[in-house]
Design a protein around this ligand. Structure first.
Ligand SMILES: C[S@@+](CC[C@H](N)C(=O)[O-])C[C@H]1O[C@@H](n2cnc3c(N)ncnc32)[C@H](O)[C@@H]1O
Length: 171
């Protein structure tokens, strides 16, 4: 299983936090200190220019994936302070978590990991993260077509092309 890290900024409602639950279930390592974020891991940053893709597999394999669990209100400010080198955003996907259901791109920490592993072709690892979260199957169901297309893309440019072609149908 790919190593998953979460820097937890303590800004959530602990009863609804997917990160803390992932930690309790042994699915991710929770970090309380931002200086402990593994410097070479893929950092899931919604504001990063480059999208995650299958090309990231060697980094993922060696250094794992990190998410930053904070309030969406504080997210932009917090990400500006983090300067690790392998920062990646996720392409257009729709959240299915109870807090942001139906919102584009504002994924929960759990959904962000599921999407990353799916797109980088760790499909079994991605699906194994769903256990323990009642609503999480819905995330796959509503995004399955896009996730499959993103997983078949060769690099982040192709992923962005797929996203833009998909979105252009609705504009
Ligand atoms: C802002 S926190 C919200 C956490 C919330 N407490 C929870 O329980 O899920 C979600 C984190 O997931 C990752 N994430 C979510 N959507 C993303 C996207 N579109 N691109 C990249 N990372 C994303 C980021 O690390 C982000 O900081």
């Amino acid at each position: 299983m790919v190593k998953l890290y979460i820097y937890h900024a303590n800004q959530c409602n602990p009863k609804k936090c997917t990160a803390l639950k992932m930690g309790k279930l042994g699915k991710a390592i929770i970090l309380k200190n931002p200086y402990k974020i593994p410097k070479n891991s893929i950092l899931l940053n919604p504001y990063a220019e480059k999208s995650v893709s299958v090309e990231d597999r060697p980094i993922i394999e060696k250094y794992g994936v990190t998410a930053l669990d904070c309030s969406w209100k504080e997210a932009e400010k917090i990400f500006k302070k983090v300067s690790t080198k392998n920062q990646r955003s996720l392409p257009f996907l729709i959240a299915a978590n109870p807090i942001n259901y139906g919102k584009p791109c504002q994924l929960s920490t759990l959904e962000a990991f599921v999407a990353t592993l799916y797109i980088a072709n760790y499909k079994n690892d991605a699906l194994s993260l769903l256990n323990g979260f009642k609503w999480a199957e819905t995330f796959i169901k509503i995004n399955e077509e896009l996730l499959e297309r993103y997983a078949n893309a060769k690099n982040s440019k192709e992923i962005v092309d797929i996203q833009n072609e998909y979105l252009s149908k609705f504009l």
